[in-house]
Design a protein. Structure first.
Ligand SMILES: NC(=O)c1ccc[n+]([C@@H]2O[C@H](COP(=O)([O-])OP(=O)(O)OC[C@H]3O[C@@H](n4cnc5c(N)ncnc54)[C@H](O)[C@@H]3O)[C@@H](O)[C@H]2O)c1
Length: 348
């Protein structure tokens, strides 16, 4: 993967999406004299390799990648360790891990000394195609996901399929939901069908799919970095997914973000079918997602999701902006009252 993408926010803030073998990292870090590495404990071996290969690393901190640890307390711990390492404003903070680690690290770097640069080396499929690109950082607060955070771009995101080798199967499948989501929004290089084929039978190559998905996300973020319009499309399935995750936490159920997104996308397609925005899309996506090893049925009654959906931070004055798929590769955003959406879904 030698291609390079650039996300340009304005003349000041630019973000590079690149990738390849991890052996390419030291070159990218050349000239960096103060690098602080925040890494997920589950990729400690990769972290050790990076520390050996990159002389500029002056400090590090392992984190435990759970939603409970994705908290303001952990951000304060990271900042404390950066202070202990006497990190200056010129430092670069490197995040190595999945979305929990990149979200936490990006947030800590954004507030430390009013903001130092950070970069991501995402180690899950989900974070390679989604969380690690686009500059959304943050933590959970009072049982609500990503309630506190800032949008600030990493100086680079390094995509290396090497790091996925140790990823548990369930985590890989969860990332597959975001991969499919991306191609539902924009079907770059026929990525949707290729991804379904790859995920259901291992047919094809993952590497070009990673980069195609990353380029879709990078393109959208470049055009709308602060989510005033087009970027909202990336929330496809997420209004439902956040509500499902909220309900799962209340019940003590075990469901990953990607699994919730898969169910949420199928619900969004059912809503689109019900509103006449699409035709028979829900059954098709249901079949594709199932064959990709993803859950498609909501385990909770719709009424249980209603309250959390109203409180979603994207809800404005009781209305929620639903992202509705029209067909593969095209979605629209439509504001709708939660009660109206659930009424349509209850008839499906
Ligand atoms: N910032 C954004 O734009 C954005 C977008 C989507 C999701 N997110 C956030 O991302 C988080 C989910 O992130 P995620 O699914 O990438 O993973 P994660 O960080 O939650 O990690 C999942 C599990 O995999 C382990 N792991 C990570 N990489 C591994 C590897 N290579 N080998 C073995 N184990 C590994 C972790 O330790 C953890 O146990 C959520 O908190 C979500 O809110 C953020």
């Amino acid at each position: 993967m030698n291609e390079k993408l650039e996300i340009a926010l304005d003349s000041r803030e630019r973000s590079l999406v690149t990738g390849g073998p991890l052996s390419g990292l030291p070159t990218l870090l050349e000239g960096e004299r103060e690098v602080f590495l925040v890494y997920d404990r589950n990729v400690e071996k990769v972290a050790e390799g990076i520390m050996e290969a990159c002389p500029g690393i002056v400090g590090m901190m392992p984190v435990v990648a759970t939603e409970e640890e994705k908290s303001i307390d952990t951000v304060l711990d990271i900042c404390g360790r950066m202070m202990d390492a006497d990190l200056s404003r010129d430092a670069l903070v490197l995040a190595l891990g999945g979305g929990v680690t990149t979200d936490l690290t990006g947030f800590a770097a954004s507030v430390y000394k009013r903001g130092v640069r950070y970069a991501n080396i995402p180690t899950t499929l989900l974070s390679q195609v989604d969380a690690g690109i686009g500059g959304k950082t943050g933590v959970n607060f009072e049982s609500y996901k990503n309630m506190l955070g800032v949008i600030r771009q990493p100086v680079f995101t390094y995509l290396s399929s090497e790091v996925l080798e140790t990823l548990p199967e369930r985590e890989f499948r969860s990332g597959a939901a975001e991969l499919l989501k991306t191609f539902l929004i924009e079907d770059r290089d026929g990525g949707y069908e290729k991804a379904v084929r790859y995920l259901s039978g291992g047919d094809g190559d993952l590497q070009p799919l990673l980069f195609a998905a990353a380029s879709v996300k990078a393109g959208i973020v470049s055009r709308d970095p602060f989510e005033n319009g087009e970027r909202r499309k990336l929330n496809l399935g997420h209004t439902f997914a956040h509500a499902i995750e909220h309900e799962a936490r209340l019940r003590g159920d075990d469901i990953t973000h990607g699994e919730a997104v898969a169910i949420g996308i199928v619900l969004a397609a059912a809503l689109a079918d019900g509103l006449g925005v699409s035709r028979d899309l829900a059954p098709r996506l249901s079949q594709d997602f199932s064959s990709a090893g993803l859950p498609v049925r909501c385990p909770y009654p719709l009424s249980a999701l209603a309250e959390a959906m109203g409180k979603d931070k994207k809800a404005a004055s009781g209305m929620v902006r639903f992202v509705l798929p029209e067909r593969i590769g095209s979605v629209i955003v439509r504001p709708l009252a939660v009660s109206a959406a659930l009424k349509v879904l209850s008839t499906r």
